[in-house]
Ligand binder design. Sequence first.
Ligand code: ATP
Ligand code: MG
Length: 542
Amino acid sequence: MTDIKKTREWEVFEYIVGAQMACILIFFVSFSLGKGFSVSFSHSLALITGTIGVVAAFLYRFLERLLNQKKILYIKVAYVMFPILITAFVLLQVPHGPYGKQVAILLPVIVAATVLGKNGGLFIAFLGSAFLTWSSVFFDRKPLIQALEQNLILISVTFLMGWFIGSITNLEAESRKRLQENLDELQGEIERRKFAEEQTFKLSRIVEQSPASIVLTDTDGNIEFVNPQFTRVTGYASEDITGFNISRLGSEPAEFYEQIYEEVREGKEWSGELLIKKKNSDSFWEHTYFTPFKNAAGMTTNFLKISEDITEKKGLQLEMARLDRLNLVGEMAAAIGHEVRNPMTTVRGFLQLLGKKELYSTDKEYFTLMMDELDRANSIITEFLSLAKNKAIEKKMHNLNSIIRSIAPLLQADATKSDYNVVFELAEIPDMSLDEKEIKQIIFNLVRNGIEAMEHRGTITIKTYRDAGEVVLAVQDQGKGIPDDILSKIGTPFYTTKETGTGLGLAVCYSIAERHNSRIEFKTSPDGTQFFVRFKGSCEAD
Ligand SMILES: Nc1ncnc2c1ncn2[C@@H]1O[C@H](COP(=O)(O)OP(=O)(O)OP(=O)(O)O)[C@@H](O)[C@H]1O
Ligand SMILES: [Mg+2]
């Protein structure tokens, strides 16, 4: 930008200097023709005038950049007036040269036309011609008409010069002005673009650094763009997923998504919670907004999907709901458990008594069956009672690994009867305050679920390790996993999918975990399930 301006100004300056040089040349030639090539007083004056003209032109261009408009005007006027005065002085000093005084009139005209433009040039041409005519009348004592006639050609040339050079100067000034305007406009445009570019850059950073995952799809739900947060959350890179329909990530059927698309196509917004599958087939919950993405003409050309991972929040909600249910059931259990047990103990006692009588010797097996059933009912009540929130427990400092080792033979003995095996991976962990019986119960329940899920074939892995300041007990199976539709029911008392199950196993685990200031989490896939019991703050003492 500045470079263009400089070059243009330099061109103008060169043009002016060129005009000044031509001026000197004309002057010099005119004097030479008049007086031969000897350097006379008039020659010297002409040279000085021309030189001063060039220096003044240079100064003028130079000062123009440094001075304000008003001062520049003074300089312009002085620059025009100075040659006039010098010319007048030359003409008065050398009045009798044959061509000198006539041609000398061209100098101020050229200078004025160059600096002031057409009007200035013509005005000085008029002044010069008047002066020329007057000097003919005054010095040569000629009548006015004759004086005019004698100088007619020179006067015409003077006016022509003033008009021609002045027009070029005007043209140049005009084009300079226009160029400046264009440059200003261009500068404005560049600044506007720069601003727009900055805004666009910021916008792209917002999308890139957004903590929400952003997806742009066409109006059929086919993915066109995903932001880095989407990749972080789902594991799908942009190139893996572009072109796929967004419904493929969801757990809901494609028709469900089709309904959402229909709504958004109509210009409405859809928001709700969706269960999404990651690349590694884990699932997570997200709160999603689907909004129409419109072009400048207001037409919906795409869908914008903005979502936030709410798995943790959802987990907490589920946990709270589960604990509420557990507590309720636990309180009920505590209240009625004893009341039911006492009559049952009485009934069992009488059955035992009657069963020994000779009278019922043929029905002995029925008595045994009745008592077995009562025992089973009793054990369910025992388990049920352990759901009571304020159940008395006996916590002591134990090492979780020792507890696991103490029941290992039992777990392995069972395993040898079937086709599965139990593997232990126990890392070094600190002692914790635990109720031994309850911890054994958790391990038994989780291992039993695992074995049942594997249909008694495969490997159960029991691990202990430290993670993020917590001691973790993990029980992993190679079963078929927990189906999505029952995920939210896991841990609900009496929820079971097994014919002979009571649905209390996990409820008891959750209840025990709560009494141990720990929490239960799980990961499940068609290749197996892993339950974790995380003992909060258990490693803080280290
Ligand atoms: N490791 C697992 N793999 C697959 N599904 C499981 C697993 N653990 C639990 N489940 C599912 O959760 C349900 C509830 O488990 P829970 O242990 O509470 O009851 P149950 O095993 O059915 O009965 P109970 O433990 O009282 O004999 C099970 O019926 C099963 O569908
Ligand atoms: Mg179970």
